[in-house]
Design a protein around this ligand. Structure first.
Ligand code: FAD
Length: 427
């Protein structure tokens, strides 16, 4: 290795939320940090990109209420507002925050909800599927749980009580009981983090792919498409093969309409087939269902248009489907959307529907959802590879941090703090 090569204190691989958070904390802790990403824009799945002239959110769109605090801790200020949602489940419509009608519909279910919360707290059964079998038989509640499972891309049978309890625990404080959205779009989060990192003197390099990390006795050599780099410490979001059963993969629907096209009052619209958990089970065994659940949200504003982005889930094993299945799913979503947003088909300026494979080809990222929202605590999931002396964060954690932006941020914070502490302990 050349003697003149700069040795970074830390190299962070991947400029998604986990990488950005780790990079800021390390830089703030006195390290000279290089943050690199193989994509040409930062933010990973918490990013926005232009497609055929229209701007769309890539992944993250709704955030647990603790996100503003986590950002503020590193000096990033982003304005958030409460998220608003309308849910159509078969004949039932519920809004969040609830209106009078939604509250009246939920009122008779309160005893069932209390039984459910107790069962989760006491960890009476290992999975939510089993709790539902034994405790909760009323359909609005099973559908609500199904909805949560949809967000995690898993059938309820695989959703563990432990991870559900952790998701709502005060220890990790993800704030999942109250969702928020940035007032100026999700890009405000990534832009704020990048700006803060650069203000602190950090270096961001885009279009650089890490191919291999070589661990030597005194440092690491990061082999990239742009040549080797040297660093004392490495934290990475590179995807590793998840050891458990992976979640289902998402398909993305992208629409653009003229600015004056009327949208619903709420930002997010969820359309779910009755018996959500049966639908998820059908997808999980790789069968093509008759009905699809999906959600859309009002996305980016352009000068004379706005975009609407939506997701649905793909039957397992059909991530690169034939055109006939894609057409069938698109037709299903568009016809239901027409009833929720009358005149939509006529008003469309743009439409694109991506399969999970199409998503990967388009964004260079996977749309596979995680099974669990796992708290990245000291020992679980294992983030430190002792043999390599490398920290795996965010998507890189063997047991993934869950499809939750806050846990990605948290894993970046924990890794950075451990690296800084490790250094203090050195003579
Ligand atoms: C469709 C979809 C919707 C979602 N919606 C939400 C939501 O509404 N709310 C929520 O909280 N969570 C949501 N999530 C999950 C959330 O997006 C993730 O948990 C979070 O963004 C993960 O951040 P990360 O930094 O771990 O990974 P990523 O955002 O994937 O970033 C990883 C980065 O590392 C880079 N990288 C990887 N390998 C290399 C390499 N070898 N060399 C260089 N660079 C590399 C990638 O290019 C990427 O930019 C969603 C996920 C998906 C797929």
């Amino acid at each position: 290795m050349s003697k003149e090569m700069k040795r970074w204190d830390s190299v962070v691989i991947g400029s998604g939320l986990a990488g950005l958070m780790a990079a800021i904390r390390l830089q703030r802790g006195g390290h000279q940090v290089l943050l690199l990403d193989r994509r040409d824009t930062p933010g990973g799945k918490c990013g926005v990109s232009k497609l055929d002239g229209y701007r769309f959110t890539i992944g993250c769109n709704d955030f647990g209420a603790s996100m503003p605090t986590r950002l503020a801790e590193v000096g990033v200020s982003v304005e958030f507002q409460p998220s608003t949602t309308r849910i159509h489940m078969g004949p039932t419509t519920i809004t969040s925050p609830p209106n009078l009608g939604s509250m009246l519909r939920l009122l008779p279910r309160i005893p069932g909800i209390i039984r459910l919360v107790r069962a989760v707290r006491k960890r009476t059964y290992p999975t939510i599927g089993e709790i539902m079998e034994h405790n909760v038989r009323s359909s609005p509640i099973t559908d609500m749980l199904g909805l949560l499972a949809y967000a995690l891309g898993t059938p309820v049978q695989d959703m563990t009580t432990e991870s559900l309890a952790a998701s709502f625990s005060k220890t990790w404080d993800y704030g999942l009981d109250k969702f928020m959205v940035p007032v100026n779009g999700v890009q405000a989060i990534t832009n704020g983090l990048v700006q803060r990192f650069e203000e602190l003197g950090g270096t961001l390099q885009l279009g650089v792919t890490c191919e291999q990390i070589e661990t030597l006795s005194t440092h690491k050599v990061i082999h990239t498409n742009a040549g080797p780099l040297e660093a004392t410490h490495v934290a990475t979001t590179q995807e590793r093969k998840y050891k458990g059963r992976p979640g289902l993969s998402a398909c993305q629907l992208m629409l653009a309409v003229p600015k004056d096209f009327p949208y619903i009052k709420q930002r997010t619209l969820i359309h779910m087939p009755p018996g959500v958990e049966h639908w998820l089970k059908t997808l999980d065994i790789g069968e093509t269902p008759d009905d699809y659940g999906f959600h859309i949200f009002k996305d980016q504003e352009g000068e004379d248009y706005y975009t609407i982005t939506g997701y649905t889930l793909m039957p397992r094993g059909q991530e690169a489907p034939d055109q006939a299945l894609m057409d069938q799913m698109e037709e299903f979503m568009m016809s239901h959307l027409e009833t929720h947003l009358p005149g939509l088909q006529e008003a469309l300026l743009y439409k694109k529907f991506l399969s999970p494979q199409g998503y990967k080809d388009q964004w260079g990222l996977t749309s596979e959802l995680s099974l669990a929202i796992t708290p990245p605590n000291e020992d679980y999931p294992p983030m430190y590879d002792e043999k390599q002396d490398v920290y795996y964060i965010g998507n890189g954690i063997d047991i993934p941090p869950g499809d939750h932006a806050n846990s990605a941020l948290l894993s970046g914070s924990i890794a950075a703090d451990k690296i800084l502490k490790q250094q203090e302990l050195l003579p």
